[in-house]
Design a binder for this molecule. Structure first.
Ligand code: S3P
Length: 174
């Protein structure tokens, strides 16, 4: 199946560049771009930070799963590039949904050092606000690394060569 026919799903830690890379990939493939975080915010009418403040992480995760189901259905019908939130793989049901979607999944991998350098001044990600961001990134990376690899068919390293990630994903799709 060609890339244009099936699209792609991007998973990986916050700061890996899923939205930026996904948007460029979708433009190159002339496919719609779907972003689970953006769609959660659009439906709620407030930012993710606000959702965490009002409903806690569990409220956000429920919204995220509902959006994931809709994005996967849409991509199965029309093909799309989907960028997912970094925590999407924490939920067993989400991982099963991703693995059963029949769409190639790319894990955008960056080391904790690189992620920290990109995220140390971040103000919009609630999980990094009330804690030591370096410790949180290390902890989440340790918890999630194997889960990203479990769902992904290809690992794309974006630690040093983020600029060529789109081309490398397209090569893998050909
Ligand atoms: C989260 C990552 C964020 C967003 C939310 C929770 C996480 O998405 O879904 O703040 O648990 O890692 P990005 O990976 O796009 O930053």
């Amino acid at each position: 199946m060609s890339a244009e026919q099936c699209g792609a799903i991007l998973v990986g830690m916050m700061g890996a560049g899923k939205s930026t890379i996904g948007r460029r990939l979708a433009a190159n493939l002339r496919l719609p771009f779907l972003d689970t975080d953006g769609e959660v915010e659009r439906r709620a009418g407030v930012t993710i930070k606000e959702i965490f403040a009002r409903e806690g992480e569990s409220g956000f995760r429920g919204r995220e799963t509902r959006v994931l189901i809709d994005c996967l259905n849409q991509a199965r019908l029309n093909s799309a590039v989907i960028a997912t939130g970094g925590g999407i793989v924490m939920n067993d049901a989400n991982r099963e949904l991703l693995k059963c979607a029949g769409i190639p999944i790319f894990y955008l991998h960056a080391t904790p050092d690189v992620l920290y350098a990109r995220l140390k001044n971040d103000r919009k990600r609630p999980l990094l606000q009330d804690s030591d961001p370096r410790a949180t990134i290390d902890q989440l990376y340790t918890l999630r690394e194997s889960l990203y690899r479990e769902v992904a068919s290809v690992v794309i390293d974006v630690s040093s060569r983020q600029s060529t990630a789109v081309e490398r994903i397209q090569l893998a799709l050909d």
